[in-house]
Design a protein around this ligand. Structure first.
Ligand SMILES: C[S@@+](CC[C@H](N)C(=O)[O-])C[C@H]1O[C@@H](n2cnc3c(N)ncnc32)[C@H](O)[C@@H]1O
Length: 207
């Protein structure tokens, strides 16, 4: 998708997201936030969207969320205000390809259902690696393309409609794993039916 398509597509999704795509992807969000809640420190959520995860972070975390879409962020801001979510320190409009944060800044970074949406996911992974502290964790939930079966066929034929759908149905796991300095620690299928995958990557201590 190009960035203009992200803008128009998610302006359309924002009013209905929580009751549609957002509702069927809750398992991944809960798993990712559960993992983060077992730890302490500064969290960055890349592509925070309507903020469905935000009420679930424990109160003593320091959470920053960024998203390109003002309409999606507007919904997230409503949740923060309504729920008085003090753990959410900042929600900013930002392009994940150029994160406006210093190197080695966050203890944990979450990217949920976003890497198959962003233009240039390799660059986004490089930015995530840059702003993550050495030894920090990157928690990802996403759908990755299958190589065989009926679903693999459906994913391939829907791939040209990425700009309309709002995501790439044929997104490959290797795109996420190619970043030097981030190593895979955990890979688990998520309900329903293993459609989504939960990943934890660790930034090496030496960078
Ligand atoms: C499918 S939604 C996922 C939202 C949220 N993470 C969730 O789990 O519900 C994808 C989000 O990625 C955001 N996005 C896409 N490209 C982006 C970019 N380059 N920078 C920041 N956010 C981006 C979209 O605006 C949208 O809110």
């Amino acid at each position: 998708m190009d960035i203009k398509a992200v803008q128009t597509s998610y302006a359309r999704w924002a009013p209905i997201y929580d009751k549609t795509f957002g509702a069927v992807t809750n398992a991944g969000r809960r798993r990712a936030v559960g993992y983060i809640n077992d730890r302490v420190g500064k969290v960055l959520e890349v592509g925070v969207g309507t903020g469905l995860s935000l009420p679930h972070y424990k109160p003593d975390l320091h959470v920053t969320g960024i998203d390109f879409s003002d309409e999606m962020l507007g919904k997230a801001r409503e949740k923060v205000a309504e729920g008085q979510l003090d753990q959410v320190k900042e929600l900013r409009q930002m392009d994940a390809r150029a994160l406006d944060f210093p190197d080695n800044h966050f203890d944990m970074i979450a990217a949920m259902h976003v890497l198959s949406v962003v233009p240039d996911p390799e660059r986004v992974m490089a930015e995530i690696a840059r702003v993550c502290k050495p030894g920090g964790k990157v928690v990802i939930t996403n759908h990755f393309v299958r190589t065989q079966g009926v679903m693999a066929f459906i994913e391939r034929v829907s791939a040209p409609f990425a700009n309309t759908l709002g995501w790439h149905s044929d997104f490959a796991l290797e795109t996420v794993l190619q970043e030097d300095g981030l190593s895979l620690e955990t890979q688990k299928p998520l309900p329903p039916l293993g459609m989504m995958t939960f990943l934890v990557l660790k930034k090496s201590q030496s960078t």
